[in-house]
Write a protein that binds this ligand. Structure first.
Ligand code: DC
Length: 227
């Protein structure tokens, strides 16, 4: 069985987490949510009272406090922050630290290390463009803004935020804008990524669609059976 590197990028609420987790489970691969790494650094930086635009201070946190992600649990410096990093404050704080090039350098290097042996599904914003430009499979997941906002409003893992869809739409649009317009590693679809629109589709339908793309790739890398 080939150990592919699968990159899944796209904006918030496109369904990356759910789809990446299911695809990884189906293939027996590791699933890494790279956004959780930015969130954990933001959480710790806030906790230490740092200004989030103080690049030297935040990068020190990133260097000194490795983020561990194992089986859906996210920890930084040995502290389990799985729940704490899914709040509106951390949404905003993570988008701020993700703008800092030196922080990205540290996290991208870690993400590449994680991908060294392959057999990994990594989701984020720059996985197919920056982290693994030569990934075996690149998927760009998207959905309409309304659907993404509806999903975020109904996400039980995301606590303390607005639950009125119209309010979520404006918070989401603002954050998308930050991700898309930042000078370093902005969110965009890699040229060779396959776009998958998840609007109106069930999780199963999208997982099947992604697995079909993965299987096509697997067939192309596996040696042809001997006659
Ligand atoms: O996917 P998420 O919402 O948990 O990501 C949190 C923040 O980190 C978000 O502002 C986008 C940013 N991010 C990034 O810049 N690069 C990644 N590879 C993953 C997330």
């Amino acid at each position: 069985m080939s150990k592919l590197v699968i990159a899944i990028d796209g904006p918030s609420g496109a369904g990356k987490g759910t789809i990446a987790r299911a695809v990884a489970a189906e293939l027996g691969y590791r699933h890494i949510d790279s956004g959780a790494m930015y969130r954990a650094i933001a959480w710790k930086s806030l906790r230490e009272g740092l200004a989030l635009d103080d690049e030297a201070a935040v990068v020190r946190v990133a260097r000194q406090s490795p983020v561990e992600i194992e089986g859906g649990v996210v920890a930084i410096g040995g502290v389990d922050v799985t729940r704490e990093i899914r709040t509106p404050d951390i949404d905003r704080a993570a988008a701020s630290v993700a703008r800092l090039p030196a922080v990205r350098d540290v996290l991208v290097a870690r993400q590449r290390e994680m991908g060294e042996g392959g057999a990994i599904v990594m989701e984020g914003r720059d996985i197919g463009t920056v982290v693994f430009p030569r990934a075996d499979v690149k998927i760009y997941l998207d959905a309409s803004t309304e659907e993404r906002a509806r999903r975020r409003a109904n996400d039980p893992a995301h606590s303390g935020g607005p639950t009125i869809v119209a309010e979520v739409v404006s918070a989401l649009t603002a954050r998308d804008e930050l991700d898309r317009t930042r000078p370093t590693s902005p969110l965009y679809a890699a040229e060779d990524a396959t776009p998958v629109d998840t609007t109106g589709k069930s999780v199963n339908e999208v997982v099947e669609e992604v697995l079909t793309i993965v299987n096509r790739r697997l067939e192309s890398v596996l040696p042809a059976p001997s006659p």
